[in-house]
Design a protein around this ligand. Structure first.
Ligand SMILES: [Zn+2]
Length: 259
């Protein structure tokens, strides 16, 4: 059962990953995500179905447009593959939970937000707000089906608490943390809160840890200057995903250490 849910989620993820490529390109440029249909950015030929098969088309065409031979960035199949792998992992983790749709939505949104933040240093509200709405509705539904309203209450408190903490950090150091990160913290606090308090603390702390480690490495390796901005969203997203997927064993392990 778990393997089947993981496999179906993974295939679904490849297709969603292809859609996320469109979102990542168009949303920061204020373009519609439904029209025009997928086309080559160079020669603008509309892509046929056979040109649009996740990962496979890119490999078959050896990373070039079928019509004008322009090189197509390996980022496209990489995002499709990443989405497929993460969806399969979320499918395995939530194979016996009504919360599966909610955490697939969260995963897709965090991938789109992370890549947009890396490139444009923004976390668009056009993605954040609909994801907030979807998570509230889907996790309320999961709470109802699993008769666990406590989880939803905890999610709401965790979302508000994370927002308050991040807002305070932003207030003290607006350069260190943008307001996009503050908005993102509500989504992460809410989503992790539904799972448990250990997941909230672990997921957010791990996000800071990832950011600090990579930040220090980039400066040490002279890839970045100390003054240069490093987007924080992708690290928060990675920390949250770590605890969405592995929260239970990680929280158990941490509690075991404390004894
Ligand atoms: Zn082309």
């Amino acid at each position: 059962m778990t393997a089947l849910v993981a496999a179906i989620s993974g295939l679904y993820g490849l297709v969603i990953g292809s859609f996320l490529n469109v979102v990542i390109w168009r949303v920061p440029r204020h373009e519609s995500i439904v029209r025009p249909p997928s086309h080559c950015p160079k020669c603008e030929t509309n892509l046929a179905v056979r040109d649009n098969i996740p990962v496979v088309s890119w490999l078959m065409l050896r990373g070039r447009c079928r019509y004008c031979d322009t090189a197509i960035s390996p980022r496209y199949p990489a995002i499709e593959l990443l989405t497929g792998v993460l969806f399969a992992a979320v499918g395995a983790r939530f194979s016996h939970s009504w919360a599966l749709p909610a955490y697939l939505v969260l995963t897709a949104a965090l991938i789109a937000l992370s890549f947009i933040d890396l490139e444009h240093y923004i976390l668009p509200n056009r993605i954040l707000y609909p994801t907030d709405g979807a998570m509230i509705v889907l996790l309320a539904g999961a709470s109802a089906l699993e008769h666990d309203w406590g989880a939803l209450g905890r999610a709401a408190i965790a979302g508000a608490a994370a927002f308050a903490v991040f807002f305070t950090i932003h207030y003290i150091s607006p350069r260190g943390m943008g307001f996009g990160d503050v908005r993102l913290s509500f989504l992460l606090g809410f989503s992790l809160g539904w799972l448990g308090w250990g997941e909230v603390l672990g997921g957010l702390f791990t996000g800071f840890l990832y950011g600090a480690v990579v930040g220090v490495l980039l400066i040490a390796l002279k890839v970045r200057e100390r003054r240069q901005r490093i987007p924080f969203g992708p690290f928060l997203a990675a920390g949250a995903m770590t605890f969405v997927l592995f929260g239970q064993p990680l929280v158990d392990w941490y509690q075991h250490l404390g004894r």
